[in-house]
Design a protein around this ligand. Sequence first.
Ligand SMILES: Cc1cc2nc3c(=O)[nH]c(=O)nc-3n(C[C@H](O)[C@H](O)[C@H](O)COP(=O)(O)OP(=O)(O)OC[C@H]3O[C@@H](n4cnc5c(N)ncnc54)[C@H](O)[C@@H]3O)c2cc1C
Ligand code: SF4
Length: 448
Amino acid sequence: MRQDPSIAEKFQDLHPPFAPQAARVEADRCLNCFDAPCTAACPTHIDVPRFIGKIARDNLRGSALTILDANVLGESCSRACPVEVLCEGACVFHRCNQQPIQIARLQRFAMDAFHASGGTLPRRSAVERAEKIACIGAGPASLACAAELRQRGFQATIFERRPLPGGLNTYGVAEYKLPARASVEEIELIRKLGVEFRHGVEIATEADVAALEREFDALFLGVGLGPAHRLGIPGDDHRDVIDALEFIAQYKTDTPPQVAESVAVIGAGNTAIDAANAARRLGAANVAILYRRTQRQMPAFSFEYEHAKQEGVRFLWRVMPVRIHADEGGIRSLECVQVQIGEGGALSPVPGSTFHFDCGQIICAIGQSPLLQLLSAVRGVELRHGRVAVDRPTGRTANPKYYAGGDCVNGGREVVDAVADGKRSGIAIAEHLERAAQGAGSPEAVHA
Ligand SMILES: Cc1cc2nc3c(=O)[nH]c(=O)nc-3n(C[C@H](O)[C@H](O)[C@H](O)COP(=O)(O)OP(=O)(O)OC[C@H]3O[C@@H](n4cnc5c(N)ncnc54)[C@H](O)[C@@H]3O)c2cc1C
Ligand code: SF4
């Protein structure tokens, strides 16, 4: 990874770690609810009262193992989870208007201690099995699937087109939440467990897929989503019209991109907010998010919106870009119209409302497209609205050799959802292969 040294300083921790004494005080506040709503609200169902109780009793290793038992990416989730709408949002302290327990910071406290002490992931079974599983993509979904299988003794191999593992944990999640370095270090736990990583390998054609099918007993698709949608307006092929995902990936793992004095970010999801905040921290004086609907219709979480305003990002509502104006010196302005929202959400331009937003750079964050090239190369896997259709409890696709999870199935949610999917599929694949081996008199199982 070639991250510029200035990035760590510009993107300091949004939620700094607890000092030991503060962690113990916070852990002591937990009521240890019997029917813990925080555990139910966590997509990976970490036993929250149990791991917090272990912190209170100074058993940090035990605490981390409780977290890892449910969620192998406990470190990155503790930093990236939108806890306001997950575990902490469900904390019973809300009912009496008190501060919820800071679950994510406690989780990070236990996980940081585990990593610092050189902890390793435990195996669930000592039996070494012969069956091989390929996971395509090295994002949270595949990592969780491969780790679960390896812990149960199966041979798991991850194929990743990028040079670093972690998917959007490494290349997408804002650096002030989850530094790329922390993401890659966490994955060392999975590598040490014995999962094989093959980097720089893109599985793209029917021939690639056929070769994997010959070599592996089951396959997991954890490929995420494709590139950001284009704006589709005159001038959008200019070199200073940038895909938000590429912009973020570049500052996180390479030399930081040059930013203009004034930057327009199109879209109002969490990716748009991350890109706008990054443009500010990289030095842009004037950054505005332009969205064609209203604040209430904005897909970003409200706490992300508040955070962006604190970073100095401005918001322009009911604005639609129509043309990019540039000369040999670069982009000069983005021509926009004000829109009105009619019956059924239909947008129409307000007559005479044209205006120019002066900017030297435009960042597009208007959603990602599905990876149709790969998905259409896999025979028998069905797509529904561009997403892989699966049996939810197992992640099994219409082709019984294939399982899938994460963004390519849910259309783009959170890291913790991808981890939950990957783990569920890992368990389902293991159970399926164990049943198949038992049916065949278990000729393949070899014991360590
Ligand atoms: C900018 C941004 C910020 C985000 N911030 C947050 C956040 O703060 N908190 C949060 O919880 N979630 C966040 N998310 C969402 C979260 O990152 C995703 O939900 C999660 O990473 C999905 O995991 P995944 O494994 O399904 O896919 P990904 O993380 O996308 O991983 C897929 C991997 O597959 C690889 N791949 C794809 N096709 C192939 C192929 N044909 N051959 C080989 N490899 C392939 C890709 O290179 C990639 O590494 C964010 C998303 C974005 C875009
Ligand atoms: S993984 Fe995320 S949602 Fe689950 S308990 Fe931890 S911080 Fe909360």
